[in-house]
Design a protein around this ligand. Structure first.
Ligand SMILES: [Fe+2]
Length: 435
């Protein structure tokens, strides 16, 4: 394995990396521990964040029962928007600021968890919305301090948001999403109950499964932490700090899980072994990219989500046009990895091997094709759209997509190869179709 060489110190480069993680409980039925675990944080009145579709679910019943049994007063906020925006975050922040809460429980997918994290920041530290985002769109002000104790309960096996200090939000005036990053928004606890995914439709399992797969490949192929500049103080060390031995460990196992269980979990809703393992894989990938960051597929997906104009997606109860996050990520990833592989060929080959590709005769020059080929195979057997044209994009959209993508400075710089606007346009052109 080339992992140790990959972290060879560079001139002026970082010599240390930090691992941030919440306390984690994993297993079927662990959602019922919520009340006691919330109480242990001294919470007496909790805000419960969820969405309208989970409001009447068995999982929500379990949350209510558990909190009542533990004697915790609570109020539910179910106005979370799928793909949260600046507006929806500020609505949630007002609910928090007005409610006299001393803790927060989130139950849902990435949209719910990300809304909870960001809303707590603006409720406690009011500021203009762009204040806590990095330049070029934000003022780059650090989140000033702690927020409410947060117990995160994911109901999908993809985002890994319960394991990260990151919140991804649509900024409507900029036509894209940006990442709010701070160790202060890392949840205090994660209760990860795979039973929450039992009723997820196949298309939701596909989007979330490919999201976890891409998290893992992206963090494994990110620029090494030792090739980012050394920081002047511990507080200056960013969440997106580049690939490191910790993220490697979890990314490799997440890829092995994706290889074994992704297709099963998508195509057979009764396959609990697959769904349990995919939930664990999403957790591992979250532990990994929460400490390394992702790179181009995620940076490029944010423009895809905001610039889509002609697509209808089944199984999601939201108005069209809508592209689920994992689909917006994976549709560019084969083209991305063909581009980035020359920057770190061994890492791409190792990732492909973990994902089940035959790399026995592959040379470094084959790396991009091998990893892309494996992803395209998995896309085809699970019925995903054939590239960006499959969700309504055409050649005329490339310039706007590239312009949007290249504004994600930190994520773009986390790729193992320098990427300019022309490169981005070329990747988007190559991502229009794969077969
Ligand atoms: Fe993601």
């Amino acid at each position: 394995m080339g992992c140790c060489q990959y972290f060879t110190p560079s001139d002026g480069g970082a010599e240390s990396f930090t691992v941030e993680m919440p306390r984690l409980t994993f297993g079927r039925g662990c959602l019922s521990e919520l009340g006691e675990r919330t109480k242990a944080h001294g919470v007496r009145r909790a805000a419960v964040f969820t969405d309208r579709f989970l409001y009447g679910s068995q999982n929500m019943d379990c949350v209510r029962r558990s909190l009542v049994t533990a004697g915790i007063d609570h109020e539910i906020f179910d106005e979370v928007r799928i793909e949260p925006s600046d507006t929806s975050i500020m609505d949630a922040a007002r609910f928090l600021a007005d409610g006299d809460f001393d803790g927060l429980v989130s139950l849902g997918g990435g949209s719910v968890l990300d809304t909870a994290k960001a809303a707590m920041v603006y409720a406690r530290y009011p500021a203009s919305f762009s204040a806590y985002f990095a330049p070029p769109i934000g003022d780059g002000i650090a989140v000033p301090g702690p927020v409410l104790p947060h117990i995160a309960c994911p109901t999908t096996s993809g985002t890994g948001s319960e394991m990260t200090g990151l919140s991804v939000i649509r900024l409507m005036e900029h036509d894209t999403k940006f990442v709010l990053a701070s160790r202060y928004i890392l949840p205090d606890e994660a209760l990860i109950d795979p039973a929450c995914t039992d009723t997820l439709p196949s298309r939701v399992m596909a989007s979330t499964g490919f999201d976890l797969l891409s998290h893992a490949i992206e963090c494994y192929t990110s620029r090494a932490y030792s090739h980012w500049n050394k920081v002047s103080s511990p507080d200056a060390r960013p969440q997106i700090q580049g690939a490191n031995p910790w993220s490697d460990l979890h990314a490799r196992e997440a890829l092995r899980i994706a290889d074994e269980y992704l297709v099963r979990g998508i195509t057979d809703s009764e396959d609990r072994e697959a769904r349990d393992n995919l939930m664990w894989g999403a957790t591992l990938a979250g532990m990994a990219f929460g400490n390394s960051g992702t790179h181009l597929p995620h940076a490029f997906s944010y423009g895809v989500t905001n610039l889509m104009h002609d697509v209808v997606t089944d199984d999601y109860p939201v108005p069209s046009p809508f592209v689920p996050h994992g689909i917006s990520v994976i549709l560019t990833s084969p083209a991305v990895f063909r581009f980035t592989a020359p920057g770190a060929p061994e890492r791409h080959l190792e990732a492909a091997a973990c994902l089940g590709a035959d790399t026995s005769d592959a040379t470094p020059g084959d790396a991009g094709e091998v990893v892309a080929g494996r992803i395209v195979h998995l896309m085809r057997v699970t019925g995903l759209p054939n590239g960006l044209q499959g969700i309504g994009f055409a050649a005329g959209d490339v310039d706007a997509l590239a312009g949007s993508a290249i504004r994600q400075h930190r994520a773009v710089a986390n790729a193992p190869r320098e990427t300019n606007r022309d490169d981005a346009a070329s990747i988007f052109r190559n991502a229009m179709s794969y077969w």
